[in-house]
Design a binder for this molecule. Structure first.
Ligand code: SAM
Ligand code: SF4
Length: 320
């Protein structure tokens, strides 16, 4: 379906839980969250129904995210159901990778195509610090297992944080050069826990190009992807830059998001949401709710404007 600005919306991102087994400092409060009531979270069957309706509007790509999707009860069942929907061409997951060693094979068998794995440091102590207790060994084992079972291509997501991991840029770029893995640097966004962080932690991704002028820009094979990709000369994997702040990609945005508690978010950086369950209670058809969400996508976010109203949702609720 085309939105009011002529953008083709074919990508649905679904957060299946807002709970997580890690506590990344920029994302989750240290004490974790008050668990939502079971009945407030979308059931697996409801998510399946949403995808089935979204397919009628032209959605052919789904990403499962969270919180941490691998701690959601029924996750395998959901992957099976979604991958069985005829017109879905791509089903991917964003995960912190800690449980991938255990579940990668089952995920692949259930029909998952590929994974994005978040990893903000390659150093054991720093990883422990930023995740408040995470074990990097589990994530590295998870990456290996994902490779072994063919959850490919593997993309690593690294949030660039000034004063924390900007000294590791070279290690990440070398990782992409030496392995069949894409490393994507994401600019830290001022929301959730990071909304009150000091300015020096927010650094533009352009510093990666300043440090590695030899990176060769690649043509975009997926116009809807927010990443601009580069390659080191003779590099195996790619280096991706995702710059939601310094150079936003609103004009090619192809996605809508569903939160674990059943709100559709037409734009990540807007507080406007449609509550699926309450609109259905008012006798609105699910298909019409989805259409309304697509039609109400804003032209672009205003995060760089002084009148920008910070969003109230945290990333663990939206899923990235
Ligand atoms: N738990 C999974 C994970 O970490 O991959 C999926 C959910 S997590 C919210 C999705 C992505 O959002 C992660 O790559 C995470 O680093 C990123 N993220 C969270 N808060 C962010 C922020 N303030 N700015 C930029 N990226 C953020
Ligand atoms: Fe959990 Fe992902 Fe947020 Fe880290 S970024 S706390 S792994 S939801």
């Amino acid at each position: 379906m085309l939105d009011n600005r002529g953008r083709k919306i074919n990508y649905l991102r679904i957060s299946v839980t807002d709970l997580c087994n890690l506590r990344c400092r920029y994302c989750m409060p240290e004490e974790g969250l008050c668990k939502k009531k079971h009945e407030d979270i979308l059931r697996i069957e409801e998510i399946e129904e949403i995808v089935q309706e979204a397919v009628k509007l032209g959605v052919n790509k789904v990403r499962i995210t969270g919180g941490e999707p691998l701690i959601r009860k029924g996750i395998m069942e959901l992957i099976k159901k979604v991958s069985a929907i005829d017109k879905i061409k791509d089903i991917a997951m964003t995960t912190n990778g800690a449980l991938l060693g255990k579940y990668a094979k089952e995920l692949k068998e259930a029909g998952l195509n590929r994974v994005n794995i978040s990893i903000d440091s390659l150093d054991k102590e720093k990883f422990y610090e930023i995740t408040r207790g995470g074990n990097i060994r589990e994530v590295l084992d998870g990456i290996e297992e994902a490779k072994r079972v063919g959850l490919m291509p593997i993309k690593l997501n690294t949030v660039l944080i000034g004063g924390f991991n900007d000294d590791e840029i070279e290690d990440f770029v070398n990782l992409a050069a030496n392995e069949d893995i894409d490393v994507r640097f994401i600019e830290l966004m001022p929301l959730g826990q990071a909304s009150t962080w000091a300015k020096e932690h927010f650094i533009p991704n352009t510093i990666i190009l300043d440090r590695f002028p030899e990176l060769i820009p690649l043509c975009k094979d997926d116009k809807g992807s927010p990443a601009q990709y580069y390659k080191m000369p003779k590099g195996r994997g790619r280096v991706g830059l995702i710059n939601p702040i310094s150079r936003h990609f609103c004009s090619s945005c192809n996605r809508i998001r569903i939160t674990a508690d059943g709100r559709i978010k037409p734009c990540l950086h807007s507080n406007y949401e449609l509550n699926i369950r309450s609109l259905r209670k008012q006798n609105m058809e699910l298909l019409d709710i989805l259409k309304l969400a697509v039609e109400s996508k804003p032209k672009e976010h205003t995060i760089n404007n002084y009148e920008f109203e910070p969003i109230v949702r945290n990333m663990y609720q939206i899923g990235g």
